[in-house]
Design a protein around this ligand. Sequence first.
Ligand SMILES: NC(=O)c1ccc[n+]([C@@H]2O[C@H](COP(=O)([O-])OP(=O)(O)OC[C@H]3O[C@@H](n4cnc5c(N)ncnc54)[C@H](OP(=O)(O)O)[C@@H]3O)[C@@H](O)[C@H]2O)c1
Length: 258
Amino acid sequence: MRATSVNTPDWATVTGVPYIGRLTSGLHRPKRAVRGSDVAGVVEAVGGQVSDLKPGDEVLGSTWLVAGAFAPYVAVPAAQLVKKPAGLTCTDAAASVMTGLAALVAMRDVAQVGAGTRVLINGASGGVGTMAVQIAKRLGAEVSGICGTARTIELVRSLGTDHVIDYTKEDFTQSRQRFDVILDNVLNHPSKATARLLAPGGVLIPNSLGYTGGLFAGLPRMARAVLMGRLGSTTVKLVSPAVNRENLNALLALLESG
Ligand SMILES: NC(=O)c1ccc[n+]([C@@H]2O[C@H](COP(=O)([O-])OP(=O)(O)OC[C@H]3O[C@@H](n4cnc5c(N)ncnc54)[C@H](OP(=O)(O)O)[C@@H]3O)[C@@H](O)[C@H]2O)c1
């Protein structure tokens, strides 16, 4: 391992929120002591059936929620690794995998963003948000991003966001604007209020368990969003990225292109 990154599932597991999650992750402490999914490093050894990677190759990839990357060595399925180009640092690579795959799949596959699609991203300054802004712009969208400090507003603007909404000054659910796609990485408003901003045929992508503590944290809000999609007329879709070479290479191509 040369570099890895801390994602919300790592933080949630070590802090034990939401408490209900401890039933699977461990009642008093995490069952898997070594957390971490994102991987950037150098191949030390390969299994007998692996022919396209060899010791010494620089790679990036992910154990995807199985954990174990916060360690000097990690075992990763070869199908979840791709060769890392020399021009991409291990730090940049490791910081991009979970957030990048989620953003890529959300924008390209789930929302099928194209030229002129009006996209609203709540939590635009976070790991997923900053990736989603750039990928949506690359796909030709008109992007509005919500964030809330002077530093993050500047960051989100610098990524090419067309409209930046400061959540400390404005409640975006009161906006008269309409969007074809809303990626909600925060879920700090009820999805019913957020969905009101959808244009006809629009899609809402709730993408946060709101790890704020408590027994269930944001789980009920997420469940209500899914239910709203099942029972009502709003299209609600979740992001569940496949961690495979096709997606990793697509992400790599975007990273390499800047
Ligand atoms: N589906 C998947 O496969 C997948 C993969 C990765 C992550 N996720 C989920 O995606 C979510 C975001 O992850 P992340 O890595 O991007 O987290 P992150 O880096 O911590 O970003 C969270 C963002 O939320 C923003 N925020 C906080 N309070 C806000 C408010 N009141 N209104 C609007 N924005 C607010 C923050 O913006 P400011 O800094 O401007 O306050 C921050 O940029 C998490 O819930 C995570 O579990 C899902």
